[in-house]
Structure formats: structure tokens, C-alpha cells
Design a protein around this ligand. Structure first.
Ligand code: NDP
Length: 455
């Protein structure tokens, strides 16, 4: 029993990135008595079926081009086929290791772990699937989300992102439905691993919400690499035929693929948890509604991460967890700052973005656009046609850099750095005062002298 008169000061539901961080810091740094329930594997989407295995697959798929490039640089390389079972075994071993790290971090912080599903009985009580009940002064819902399939007949025959990591063998052909982060990343990964990939997306362009020029650039590069991409394409029918899945699209195509993969978005894990029953408000689509401090309509219940559908990224869930702990256990009300979050899409080439798109900035105020597209030294030497894009969106009035968009190998690494300057409110002139690092691709960010467009 904690000093608060409950079993726990804090009970966390969900052992993903956000929940584990909040539990660990509340117990380890603030001395709170904390319990945490996880019904599946510790580490959550990011570690077990998202960012981490995905990025390892990005690395694996990147070697195909590297073998060719190595030959252009004078190496004698004898490449063979990709051995999925060997990679998959090593990948699963790494995920087991990371899950162990998550568990031991909780244990070392003194958090009580319950390998069970938890539902809410009332504002201070959770019921575990083991039959136990635990009371807590505060309850934190950090249950994340899961892939969502469109409601069409035979949809269950298709894979979702969770399934990709558990494939026993790679298919020869795959149709991916969707044009978002997951669809585009896996189109590139699977193509790189030798799968014949088609991508059907219902809008005119992939990666809705990103800068038009940057996403157009990524799409061109994906097509040039051999991904069969169809815009304005909806899946109308699908059924198992001839050992594969026959599909019919709204753009008149009928084809059989060995596998179909729905990358059609994710849905928050709030079903059958007793949330609405105890008064927690849910938005359309099921996300938990929270205020700036991640507090729900029930004052003792908070929620962080993808289950709140704010900005569905691991580092954001972690920040929301930290802000919650500081607010509730540190006595320092801390809202989460969701402005200017840099992110990367791990397509090939990668795209890194922070701040406003050209389109949004132009709608807000007069802007100058600085952009350059060129062949990078390394790939040009290897006789590749790949191009990179460096782009800054600058306020005409204040000279502040409002947005930065990079399409290039390692764009994710570059945008992290650019994100610091932009978060600090750097102006175009301050970018230009920064001496270039030569020879790099990123030096273009501080050497673009003349705007290519103004509004
Ligand atoms: P997204 O929201 O990015 O993309 C979903 C895609 O599915 C969109 O193209 C959407 O089209 C399409 N879609 C939705 N419903 C249908 C339908 N009925 N028929 C056909 N297409 C449909 O979701 P993801 O699942 O790709 O990713 C979820 C979130 O996870 C991301 O938003 C991101 O926050 C996070 N993430 C981040 C990554 C990173 O940081 N690198 C990597 C992976 C995920 P439309 O645009 O028309 O709605």
C-alpha cells in the first residue's frame, strides 16, 4: 500500500515507450509506488513491431544498392540472394534482447510488473486478466494503437505491418495499399529485399501532409527504383485465387499478388477497457481525449502516446510521459510542446522534415523558398541517377526559417540537427553565417543564396 492509501500511487496500463518511461521516472526519480500491466510484449509498437525492427529492415534492404556501388568504387564483391530466415532469426534475437532491457529497467526502478491485460473498473481501480484488482491514486493509459484494415470482404487475408516481421519467407510479389509512412517505408524496404512491389494509394500523391515538392521527389525516386505506383487507386475486391490474392482496383486493374498488405492507418487501443464506462471521453475513432497535461475527463486518469492520437511518434509519447510525471509527481504543471517536431520517413531515399510545408507557409504569410536538387558525390561516382533535395521555407518578414525538408540518404540524421536551429527560431541569415562542412550534402543548407520562389 502506498502513502496515498491506494495499492499504488500510479498504475500504468501499457508497457510501450511512453508507459515504461513514465513508470520508470515516477518510481525511480520521484519515489512513487508504481505498478504496470502489459498484456503482450514489453517495448510496445516501437520496439517489437515498429520503429526498431523496421529500421533494421531498412538497413538490410539498403545493402542491395551498396553491393553495386562498392563495385563502382573498385571493390570486388560477389553478392548473393538475401537470406530472410537468417536475418529474421537475428532480428528476433535482437527484439528479445531489447524486451529484456525494458523489463530490467522497470525492475531496477522498483516498478511492479504484471504480465496481464488491465481494464478500468472505476476512477482508481484496475482489474487484471489474472483476476486481481489494484487500486491507484493515478492511472495512466498508454495502450498505443494497432493497424487498421478497411472493411471489405476477405480483408483478413491481407497482412498488416505487425505480420511483416513474422513472415516465414518473403513473397515474390506484394501489393501495398495506402500512401502513408508505413506504406511507403515498407514499399522501399521490400523492394530493396527483392520483392516485386506495387503500391496503390487513393490520393493523387503519397505522404499526405508533407511538403509537396519533397513528397513528389520521394515518389519520383521510388518509381525510378522500380516500385509500381498507382495514384487514385482504391481496392474494390479481393479473394484468394491460384495460391495468391486476386485484387480488383478502382483504376481498372485486376491482378494476382502473392500477398497483399494493408498499410491503411492505425487505430487507438481503447476497446473493451471500460474507459467510456467510467467517464473517460473518447474522440471519434476511439482516441482518448486529453487536455494539455494529458489528463482525461476523469481527473485521476491520464493518457499518453498513440492512444491519444496527437502526434503518433515514439519520442512524442516519451515526452508526454515525462511531462505527465513532472506535472503529477513533480508538482510542476508541464504541458507538452507539440510544435516543430522533426520527423523522418525511412523511404529510399529518406525524407526528413521539420516545420511548415511550402504550401502551409504560403497560406500563412509571404515566404521565400530556397531549394536545390543535385546528384550527391557518392552516388554520382557510382553512376546512379539518384538526386537529393535540400529545401528551406523562410518568412519574408521575420527571416525565420519556418520549415526544412530534406530528401537524401541519411536525411533523418540531418533533420535532427536542422531541427535544433529551427526550434531556436534561427533566421536564414543565421543559417548562412554558419560555416559549411565540406564536402557534405548538408552544406547546401547554409549555402543557398538566392530564393527559387517567393510569394
Ligand atoms: P498514415 O496515416 O500515415 O497513412 C495511412 C494511409 O492509408 C493513408 O495514405 C490513407 O489515405 C490510407 N488509407 C486510410 N484508409 C484507407 C482506405 N479505406 N482505403 C485505402 N487507403 C486508406 O498511417 P500509417 O499507418 O502509415 O502510420 C501511422 C502513424 O505511425 C503515422 O502517422 C506516424 O505518425 C507513425 N509512423 C511514423 C513513422 C516514422 O516516424 N518514420 C513510421 C511509421 C509510422 P488518405 O491519406 O487518403 O487518408
Amino acid at each position: 500500500m502506498s502513502d496515498s492509501g491506494f495499492d499504488y500511487d500510479l498504475f500504468v496500463i501499457g508497457g510501450g515507450s511512453g508507459g515504461v518511461r513514465a513508470a520508470r521516472v515516477a518510481a525511480g526519480e520521484y519515489g512513487a509506488k508504481v505498478g504496470l500491466a502489459e498484456e503482450d510484449r514489453y517495448g510496445g509498437t516501437c520496439v517489437i513491431r515498429g520503429c526498431v525492427p523496421k529500421k533494421l529492415m531498412v538497413f538490410a534492404s539498403g545493402y542491395r544498392d551498396m553491393f553495386e556501388d562498392a563495385r563502382a568504387f573498385g571493390w570486388e564483391v560477389n553478392d548473393g540472394p538475401f537470406d530472410w530466415p537468417a536475418f529474421s532469426e537475428k532480428l528476433n534475437g535482437e527484439l528479445d534482447r531489447l524486451e529484456g532491457v525494458y523489463k530490467s529497467m522497470l525492475d531496477k526502478s522498483g516498478v511492479d510488473r504484471f504480465d496481464a491485460r488491465a481494464t478500468l473498473k472505476d476512477a482508481h481501480t484496475v482489474t487484471l486478466s489474472t483476476g486481481e484488482e489494484k487500486t491507484a491514486k493515478h492511472i495512466l493509459v498508454a495502450t498505443g494503437g494497432r493497424p487498421w484494415r478497411p472493411d471489405i470482404p476477405n480483408a483478413e487475408k491481407a497482412l498488416v505491418s505487425d505480420d511483416i516481421f513474422n513472415l516465414k519467407k518473403l513473397p515474390k510479389s506484394m501489393l501495398i495499399i495506402g500512401g502513408g509512412y508505413i506504406a511507403c517505408e515498407f514499399a522501399c524496404i521490400l523492394h530493396g529485399l527483392g520483392v516485386d512491389v506495387s503500391l496503390w494509394f487513393r490520393r493523387a500523391q503519397i505522404l499526405n501532409g508533407f511538403d509537396d515538392e519533397a513528397r513528389g521527389f520521394v515518389a519520383d525516386e521510388m518509381r525510378a527504383r522500380g516500385i509500381d505506383m498507382h495514384s487514385g487507386a482504391n481496392l474494390l475486391e479481393m479473394e484468394e485465387r491460384d495460391g495468391g490474392i486476386w485484387v480488383k482496383s478502382s483504376h481498372g486493374q485486376e491482378k494476382t499478388f502473392e500477398q497483399v498488405f494493408f498499410a491503411t492507418g492505425r487505430t487507438p487501443n481503447t476497446e473493451n477497457m471500460g474507459l467510456a464506462e467510467i467517464g473517460v471521453e473518447l474522440a471519434r475513432g476511439g482516441a482518448v481525449k486529453v487536455d494539455d497535461y494529458s489528463q482525461t475527463a476523469v481527473p485521476s486518469v491520464y493518457a499518453i502516446g498513440d492512444v491519444t492520437n496527437r502526434v503518433n511518434l515514439t519520442p512524442v509519447a516519451i515526452r508526454e510521459g515525462m511531462a505527465f510525471v513532472r506535472t503529477v509527481f513533480g508538482g510542476e504543471p508541464t504541458p507538452v510542446d507539440h510544435a516543430l517536431i522533426a520527423s523522418a520517413v525511412f523511404t529510399q531515399p529518406e525524407m526528413g522534415s521539420v516545420g511548415m510545408t511550402e504550401e502551409n507557409a504560403m497560406a500563412q504569410e509571404p515566404v521565400e523558398i530556397y531549394a536545390t536538387s543535385f546528384k550527391a558525390m557518392q552516388t554520382a561516382f557510382a553512376d546512379r541517377d539518384d538526386r537529393v533535395l535540400m529545401k528551406l521555407v523562410v518568412s519574408k518578414e521575420t527571416r525565420t526559417v519556418l520549415g526544412c525538408h530534406i530528401v537524401a540518404p541519411q536525411a533523418g540524421e540531418m533533420i535532427q540537427m536542422a531541427g535544433i536551429a529551427i526550434k531556436l527560431g534561427a533566421t536564414k541569415e543565421q543559417f548562412d553565417q554558419t560555416c559549411a562542412v565540406h564536402p557534405t550534402m548538408a552544406e547546401e543548407l547554409v549555402t543557398m543564396r538566392t530564393p527559387v520562389r517567393t510569394s
